[in-house]
Design a protein around this ligand. Structure first.
Ligand code: ADP
Length: 259
């Protein structure tokens, strides 16, 4: 589903954030990009839908080279790549329903998009997606997004992604702002949705236990390169100690770990 070849990204000609990464991710895999802050997880993740344009190298998603696509072809491909973020990225002043329907904003003409004028079908699809994301209480649907709890906000963000009928889910530290109970609820939800629909998941994360529990594959990054790549059961304590520094289940940089 995803093929990355010799991918490099330097911001403003600076030291590369990722350095010549090559890997393939098969349909239905649940891959976690693991590593401490600053090693390039987010950069790699965002290169997978060209939110960040690589400096060199290639990204192929669903047999399409992203670098070869026109803007409209890229937008069409992106409409089937769902994205969830640590800070949920909802429109605070808008209702839950409108936020979810925004997953299909690209289907509206400019005028309707500017005024968030969705169709009855969009409305029905949003309710369906909210129920799949575990939000069954219809009273919530017309509430402003900023009145919800963190766990509810991430469920709304997942519903917004589901309405896109994604082939790929890119998740950038999606549970880092949540308490432990909600972390597991969101991880369970993403795993269940992905395995039921055969969706490929690539998720950045720095919690070791969660990564081992939910991922089918862990791609450990260190200083912009792949330091480990394999199923969680092969991530031995020896590798963890050699490559990563873990404190309280979180991977930290060596300097952080020593402080
Ligand atoms: P991670 O997700 O592992 O924390 P990032 O991909 O966010 O790592 O960052 C990797 C490196 O790239 C860091 O040194 C970071 O400061 C730098 N970086 C990330 N985004 C930008 C940006 N928009 N402009 C300049 N440098 C950036």
């Amino acid at each position: 589903m995803i093929v990355v070849s010799d991918l490099t990204k330097s911001y403003d000609g600076d030291v590369p954030a990722i350095k010549g990464i090559s890997l393939g991710i098969a349909k239905g895999e649940f891959a976690v990009l693991f590593g401490p802050s600053g090693v390039g997880k987010s950069t790699l993740l965002r290169c997978l839908n060209y939110l960040v344009v690589p400096t060199s190298g290639k990204v192929m998603v669903d047999d399409q080279h992203l670098g070869d696509l026109t803007t409209s072809e890229l937008l069409r491909l992106r409409s089937h790549i769902g994205m969830i973020f640590q800070e949920f990225n909802l429109i605070n002043r808008m209702s839950v329903l409108v936020n979810v329907m925004c997953g299909r904003l690209h289907e509206l003409g400019v005028l309707r998009a500017l005024t968030y004028t969705f169709s009855r079908q969009h409305h029905e699809a949003a309710v369906h997606a909210l129920r799949r994301a575990g939000l069954h209480d219809a009273e919530l649907y017309n509430r402003r997004a900023d009145t919800l709890s963190g766990g509810q906000k991430q469920r709304v963000a997942i519903a917004r992604m589901l309405i896109q009928e994604p082939k790929v889910i890119l998740a950038d530290e999606p549970v880092a702002s949540l308490d432990v109970k909600n972390q597991h609820m969101i991880m369970d939800l993403v795993r269940n949705i992905a395995s039921r629909d055969g969706i490929t998941v690539v998720m950045s994360m720095h919690h070791l236990d969660l990564a081992k529990q939910y991922a089918s594959r862990i791609i450990g990054l260190s200083d912009g390169t792949v330091a480990f790549d394999g199923p969680p059961e092969t991530l031995s304590d020896e590798v963890i100690n050699r490559v990563f520094k873990i404190v309280d289940d979180k991977v930290v940089g060596v300097e952080d770990g020593q402080s």
